[in-house]
Design a binder for this molecule. Sequence first.
Ligand code: CP
Ligand code: NVA
Length: 306
Amino acid sequence: MRKNLISFDDVTKEEMQEILDITQYIKDKQKRGELYEPLKKKTLGLIFQKPSTRTRVSFDAGMFQLGGKAIILNLADLQLSRGESIEDTARVLSRYMDGMVIRGEHRFLAGLAKNSTIPVINGLTEKFHPCQILSDLFTIKERGMEPKGLKVVFVGDGNNVCQSLMQGAAKFGMNMVFTGPEGYEPDGKILKQTVAEAKKNGGSIKIEYDPEKAVREADVIYTDTWVSMGQEKEEAARVKAFRLFQVNAKLLKKAKQDCMIMHCLPAHRGQEITSEVLDGKQSVVWDQAENRLHTQKAVLMLWLSK
Ligand code: CP
Ligand code: NVA
């Protein structure tokens, strides 16, 4: 039985494919203006320890569009903020709702998941961001590209978005390259696990410290902020460390001519990406953002309807 969606360790490739197929079905229905409310009377809690625009609003709007209700649970308004334990909070919330989306520290999410009897969906932790990557895989397919064998180069910090991309790439047999400064690579255990899984599925995951070499023959270049939420104090050091890893016109020239540009957003124009590239014709970032809504609705349907 499907319980949580904390990382792609929780799903098979077939289940991910099912999510993408349902996404297409839901998106088509919505574009035709058809009412589709399979989650009537279902409730979803949204607990966010960190800011969010796309994840929060698309889950809230998505739940409403599917006929259900989302409840935004501000941390400051919960008894958690006065010391009620994560365990007790999880037990009680499980009696009221059909699922929860959590954004925050991985430990916090894991604690709630462990003590919940309803599905817990990861809305981003410092380790993973699976909902983002579902939207990205859908966007890649929507653009007529087959993930298997595709060369996807992640330029930047090897944390949450990158690590979920690695897990997704491994399952779909992509050829993924990480490029970023030394010291900011993805977690060694996740790297080892995804390298082995990618190989089994006919793909590969590699590290290349030279960004120009890394993007050679790239079909997709993907980037994310150099300074993730919670790392604000490290900003100066990070901007210095990542300065050679900007996605700009010069770097884009080294990739395939029609290489697609992806970014999970929010973007920091002039840092990890230039406006010229973000707003350029190879960029699909606004479709990626829109598709968060449709992929999340598919996840909600699958996780909450049981
Ligand atoms: N990409 C993403 O998760 O955006 P938010 O932080 O706005 O949710
Ligand atoms: N790596 C970024 C992703 C934002 C969606 C962060 O954690 O802030």
